[in-house]
Design a protein around this ligand. Sequence first.
Ligand code: NI
Length: 173
Amino acid sequence: MAILKIAKMGHPILLQKAKKVDDPTDPKIKTLVNDMLETLDDLGNGVGLAAPQVHVSLQVVIFETVSDDGKEANLITLINPKIDVLTRETSIDWEGCLSVPGLRGQVTRPNKIKYSGLDLKGNKIETIAEGFNARVVQHECDHLFGILYPHRMKDLSSLQFVSEAKHWVNRNE
Ligand code: NI
């Protein structure tokens, strides 16, 4: 296991389309995922990580989803993911990214999606996600297509430093 360095906005790997994983059961993929899990845990302030963020251009993401009652968190590993949007309804909410440290911005995304892909054993995963969970999965999978959340922002005026914004919460919300 190893703690990996995070690529920050400006590194070209974050703008590339990541390659599909040929064999999810390859021990190298397991090592990559374990290192990504350790890295995310070490940083302590993220809910997901995509392989390009650790300088590996492969379609691998890890993310945390929460149960409907908000009490349980699950850490999901998803390989070669695909997202189907299930509603025209959208919501707008704050997002941050470990590759864009210190900032946050408001992003509009579909409310309900189905994500599918493979786990580390090569088994198929297929899950419907709504709200916060849907947002997290979309954000992480965007990384596999060279998209960072600021690219999705319709109004850049909400892009802000968290350290600054916390002094002005009432004016921002
Ligand atoms: Ni991100």
